[in-house]
Design a protein around this ligand. Structure first.
Ligand SMILES: C[S@@+](CC[C@H](N)C(=O)[O-])C[C@H]1O[C@@H](n2cnc3c(N)ncnc32)[C@H](O)[C@@H]1O
Length: 236
């Protein structure tokens, strides 16, 4: 269990006291590759949106002849766009999940056999039958979520998938509703259709069901589930 926050790491220690866990106080990006390599599965649940996001990046920066040499952050963004052939975004500026893309690259480079990432998505979608009943936001450009004391950004999962694809990972992607499948019976549908109700229980239900689709997950599996490393574990 790695966390950048001493306070939240201490909370997690309390919650998980009965489990044989090793706790590491660190920014995930500072973890040495040797530590990451030692793990068969990495779970980033609701973390990637906290990682640094570059906002209002000029799209012109992605032109070959624009100079980024004075700004290491901009050079890094350009490197990632070139390496993984991310499509050039529409509009004059865009937001970019720099930390989430770099972390995915780091995990894939370390050949972690299984990687699970889930977060608010900026590319969420709702199955046809429930469109108009469940609404999600999907502008394609990472959106700011203002929280108490800090901001988070929604994740453009297609970027993470391009990175994983280039490292040869198999990919499973979907909404959290794949795990928590709502029973869309008449009762629930009636609640969901009361969009303008001011009743608290209607609002809670709406929010919960919408989040099941607003959140996406990806499960990345290395070649043969092991990416050829840690072969000594294969017989366990
Ligand atoms: C929304 S909480 C999710 C916690 C837990 N994964 C869960 O599902 O309940 C986000 C956590 O990510 C941690 N975090 C944010 N940025 C981080 C970073 N760069 N490195 C390590 N942890 C980070 C925060 O301190 C916080 O504990």
């Amino acid at each position: 269990m790695a966390d950048i926050s001493p306070f939240l790491l201490a909370e997690q220690k309390k919650t998980l006291a009965e489990f044989p866990l090793h706790f590491i106080l660190s920014d995930v990006n500072d973890l040495p590759e040797a530590v990451i390599r030692d793990h068969d599965l990495v779970i980033l649940n609701e973390n990637a949106g906290d990682f640094p996001t570059a906002v209002n990046v000029p799209t012109s920066l992605l032109c070959r002849d624009s100079s980024t040499q004075d700004d290491p952050g901009l050079s890094e963004i350009r490197r990632l766009f070139e390496t993984y052939s991310f499509p050039v975004p529409d509009g004059d500026t865009f937001n970019f999940n720099l930390g989430a893309v770099e972390t995915t690259e780091k995990l894939c480079r370390a050949k972690v056999p299984f990687i699970f990432i889930s977060e608010h998505s900026c590319e969420a979608c709702v199955p046809g039958a429930y469109q108009g009943v469940i609404s999600v936001s999907a502008p394609g450009n990472p959106e700011r979520i203002p929280l108490k004391g800090h901001d988070e950004y929604t994740i453009r999962f297609s970027h993470l998938l391009r990175v994983a694809g280039q490292f040869g990972y198999r990919i499973l992607r979907g909404p959290l509703a794949d795990f928590f499948k709502p029973d869309f019976n008449d009762f629930l549908m009636r609640f969901l259709k009361r969009r303008h109700s001011t009743k608290q229980e209607h609002e809670i239900l709406h929010h919960f069901v919408e989040d099941l689709y607003q959140y996406e997950y990806i499960l990345l599996t290395g070649k043969d589930g092991r990416t050829g490393k840690n072969d000594n574990h294969a017989k366990d």
